[in-house]
Write a protein of this length. Structure first.
Length: 255
């Protein structure tokens, strides 16, 4: 099961794009039924598949939701239909992460670190601090207005609430939800529990190529790393891959 490459540019587009869980689910259902993308578009416009008030809104939802759904392949969609609503919401969040580079960065640097440190809550200041630090790293984000940053801060917290990862007052310190399937979020990226070892190694190679060309030291000068598990029977395959990849990195003077 694979995902498409994340967007290369940082974007504030999520400000106008909600979680759209039921719309995502409706689109997946149409694909699983065997309908083509063009057929789904026609059906959505003619029959108001998403129950939107205006046609322009139908088109907006259709464009965004289809892009999120198509970040992953048919296997992902088949699995989605068999999961509980709480697990489906995590899968929708993963699709948003795959589609939006800035949101992925936030989830990896802020939410993930909260889990590692055993934090019990996420405050609005945590999200706002992330954007302030990103403004120091990105000339593009540095040009955004404060109103955009505030709206994105609210949007990110709302997405986490809708995914079931936060509980409590939406505008105060929110508790990290207990029992949420957080292991899905960072297990080798994008639901790798369903990937074969070969697919995981392919994603690791993509990660190394991307990381080796990035500039800057991150929020706190941290080193990049990537962790995933694999079937013990593939131990020799992983060892051989690691040996070959190390030689490639050394020959090309990559980190």
């Amino acid at each position: 099961m694979s995902s498409k490459k994340k967007q290369d540019q940082y974007s504030a587009g999520l400000v106008s794009k909600p979680f759209w869980f039921y719309e995502y689910k409706a689109y997946v259902d149409e694909l699983v039924k065997g309908h083509s993308i063009d057929e789904i578009r026609e059906h959505a416009l003619q029959n108001n598949l998403f129950s939107a008030a205006k046609e322009y809104r139908i088109k907006e939802i259709l464009t965004c939701v289809s892009r999120r759904v198509l970040q992953f392949d048919q296997e992902w969609r088949d699995i989605f239909t068999r999961k509980s609503a709480s697990e489906q919401k995590i899968m929708v969040l993963l699709s948003i992460m795959a589609d939006d580079k800035l949101f992925f960065t936030f989830m990896y640097r802020v939410y993930r670190d909260k889990l590692i440190m055993g934090a019990e809550s996420l405050e609005s200041g945590d999200v706002l601090s992330f954007f302030r630090l990103m403004q120091n790293e990105s000339e593009e984000i540095a040009q955004w207005k404060d109103t955009t940053i505030r709206k994105l801060t609210q949007t990110y917290r709302k997405l986490l609430n809708d995914a079931g990862l936060l509980a409590g007052d939406r505008y105060g310190a929110e508790k990290l939800s207990e029992g949420a399937p957080n292991e899905w979020l960072f297990a080798g990226n994008y639901g790798s529990r369903w990937m074969s070892t070969d697919q995981k190694l392919k994603k690791l190679d993509d990660f190394l190529h991307t990381f080796s060309t990035e500039t800057g030291d991150g929020l706190c000068g941290e080193a990049g790393y990537y962790v995933f598990s694999y079937d013990p029977k593939d131990e020799m395959k992983v060892r051989q891959w690691t040996k070959c990849e190390t030689q490639i990195l050394q020959q090309s003077n990559r980190p």
